[in-house]
Ligand binder design. Structure first.
Ligand SMILES: NC(=O)c1ccc[n+]([C@@H]2O[C@H](COP(=O)([O-])OP(=O)(O)OC[C@H]3O[C@@H](n4cnc5c(N)ncnc54)[C@H](O)[C@@H]3O)[C@@H](O)[C@H]2O)c1
Length: 255
């Protein structure tokens, strides 16, 4: 898809990967970007950065844990060419099994239930307008087995499977659903792994892995949007090794 002249939604765009994606969409000529997050002030800053690149930016404070509100917001605002389902949360402390049931429900709703609801509404609207591209932010944890935050890894594995299972939408509705699997990225989410900052396990992860910049991931999102030769359900994992950005491409039938 040529991004020029297109309308997009980016969830979780108050910072990190979502902000970088929104700014890059504007740089590539998107005309309007709807910015969704719970952090109002930081959303305003993203809107300022997007507007500086020449796109119209609107900000929408929406709690993705509130599924009825998610459904009605996307019904009202989901008539777009591009959707980046990017918002996400980690469990924080305490971890499973000491975490309470409400917290488990919250991480499932933010990371997977809202993403499925948004995709359902927007895919129908995209079909009616002739097509579109949906990129889901997954994580490289969905490719492996070992990750300390069990509920985070479980929800990301679900997003990965959902993305792969959406492959037929390309044929059926001209809606291409793709997966972005970031490796480690130094963004505010890492500071929510512990009590008031980075957890010890996250400090160990950071000490042993090179972190990507949010723009490394946004660049991969642009590639997923722009390449209409990709099949439905295709995905790319992005990591940094030896200072270089590395891409691992995969299909709906490969993990
Ligand atoms: N940072 C990493 O190392 C890493 C690695 C793999 C995947 N990811 C994924 O990338 C995505 C973006 O994360 P990031 O690294 O840019 O971190 P981030 O914390 O900067 O961005 C996540 C955004 O989601 C928003 N959000 C959280 N709960 C929300 C809710 N209930 N409703 C609306 N918005 C909500 C946050 O306010 C935040 O702005 C997430 O899905 C995350 O799981 C991150």
């Amino acid at each position: 898809m040529d991004i020029k002249g297109k309308i997009a939604i980016v969830t979780g765009s108050a910072g990190g990967i979502g902000r970088a994606t929104a700014v890059m969409l504007a740089e590539r000529g998107a005309t309007e970007i709807k910015l969704v997050d719970v952090k109002e002030e930081a959303l305003d800053e993203t809107a300022r950065l997007v507007a500086a690149k020449g796109a119209r930016a609107t900000t929408h404070v929406l709690d993705l844990a509130d599924i009825p509100s998610v459904e009605s917001w996307f019904e009202a605002h989901g008539d777009v060419d591009i959707l980046h389902n990017n918002a996400g949360v980690v469990s924080g402390l305490p971890q499973f099994p000491d975490v309470d049931a409400a917290r488990i429900r919250w991480i499932i709703d933010v990371n997977i239930t809202s993403l499925v609801a948004a995709t359902q509404v927007v895919a129908r609207k995209m079909k009616a307008r002739g097509g579109g591209v949906i990129v889901n932010t997954v994580s490289t944890v969905a490719l492996g087995t070992g990750f300390y935050d069990a509920m985070y890894a479980t929800t990301k594995a679900a997003v990965m499977m959902f993305t792969r299972c959406c492959a037929p939408l390309k044929e059926e509705c001209n809606v291409r659903v793709a997966g972005m699997l970031p490796g480690l990225v130094d963004t505010p989410i890492l500071d929510t792994t512990g009590a008031g900052g980075k957890s010890d396990w996250m400090k160990t992860v950071l000490a042993n892995n090179e972190a990507c910049a949010p723009e490394d991931i946004a660049g991969g999102v642009m590639a997923l949007i722009e390449d209409d030769g990709l099949a439905g359900g295709d995905w790319v994992a992005v990591r940094r090794l030896g200072g270089q950005v590395e891409y691992q491409w995969g299909h709906a039938d490969t993990v």
